[in-house]
Design a protein around this ligand. Structure first.
Ligand code: FMN
Length: 142
């Protein structure tokens, strides 16, 4: 089981529409691939964590990296995990804004990683931790 976290930039002109199409694809495809995860969007940035069997995950990542709906695709972290850390979603989604209290930690952590040409391991870990916190908050509200 592996976990991959990446960021990319969406197309400003069609971001909302792109997002809902991507979520529909993810929710259709991911269950049979054994892939779960969380897609966070902020402004037109995508931040996605994907978890699943290594080979399937690599194939999906290679494929979605070429998707025309985003650019600047950057894998932040890839690691072997013992079990899923994110709630068992085909693909959860949360669009975060500065007025969302649950997002208070994630926005600065994302900004720090985006600013840095080579973000440090601790900056990336901090961001993934924030995503986990966020995912827990998300889970407890449903
Ligand atoms: C930011 C982003 C995240 C995506 N996440 C997934 C995903 O989790 N699962 C998935 O099957 N497709 C995802 N896609 C869509 C794939 O790139 C691709 O469109 C999809 O697998 C269907 O393939 P097709 O467009 O050739 O039919 C994502 C695309 C983008 C831009």
């Amino acid at each position: 089981m592996q976990q991959i976290t990446y960021t990319s930039l969406g197309r400003p002109d069609s971001f909302v529409r792109d997002c809902s199409n991507i979520l529909a694809l993810a929710r259709r495809n991911n269950p049979e691939l054994g892939i779960t995860g969380l897609l966070v969007t902020h402004d037109t940035t995508y931040l996605q964590v994907l978890e699943g069997p290594g080979e399937t995950l690599s194939a999906l990542i290679d494929y979605l990296a070429t998707d025309k709906r985003h650019s600047g695709f950057r894998v932040l972290r890839r690691e072997v995990i013992r079990g899923r850390k994110f709630y068992d979603w085909a693909m959860a989604h949360r669009s975060v804004t500065t007025s969302d209290p649950a997002a208070l930690g994630i926005i600065p952590a994302l900004a720090a990683v985006q600013r840095a040409p080579n973000p440090t391991d601790s900056e990336i870990r901090a961001l993934i931790e924030q995503m986990l916190e966020f995912d827990k908050a998300l889970g407890s509200h449903l």
